[in-house]
Design a protein around this ligand. Structure first.
Ligand code: FES
Length: 101
């Protein structure tokens, strides 16, 4: 069964920004894409780069270490389609972003 702990204030992540959030010992990359929040695993499947510290370009998150690109809406890896990341459901409630995992 999924749980939805709150991970960030909605106002703390304006559109076009993201960051790594940690909850219950797990790290997620949380991104605000045009006002919609998306959460993917933070660890890049290439060599573990923090995707929450990546660069957003054309709706894709680029890993800060070697530039692999990911779609934060699906977890798909554009650089290596065989290496996607998990995408986690997100909900907004009481001014907070909640991630299911
Ligand atoms: S660790 Fe992410 S592209 Fe290398």
């Amino acid at each position: 069964m999924s749980t939805y702990p709150p991970v960030a204030n909605v106002d703390s992540l304006p559109p076009g920004t993201g960051r790594t959030v940690e909850v219950h010992g797990r790290r997620f990359a949380l991104w605000n894409i045009d006002g919609e929040f998306h959460a993917i695993d933070d660890d890049c499947p290439h060599r573990g780069g923090p995707l929450g510290a990546g660069v957003l370009q054309d709706g894709h998150v680029h890993c800060p270490l070697h530039g692999w690109a990911f779609d934060p809406k699906t977890g798909a890896c554009l650089s290596n389609p065989a290496r996607p990341v998990h995408c986690h459901p997100v909900k907004i409630e009481a001014g907070q972003v909640w991630i299911a995992f």
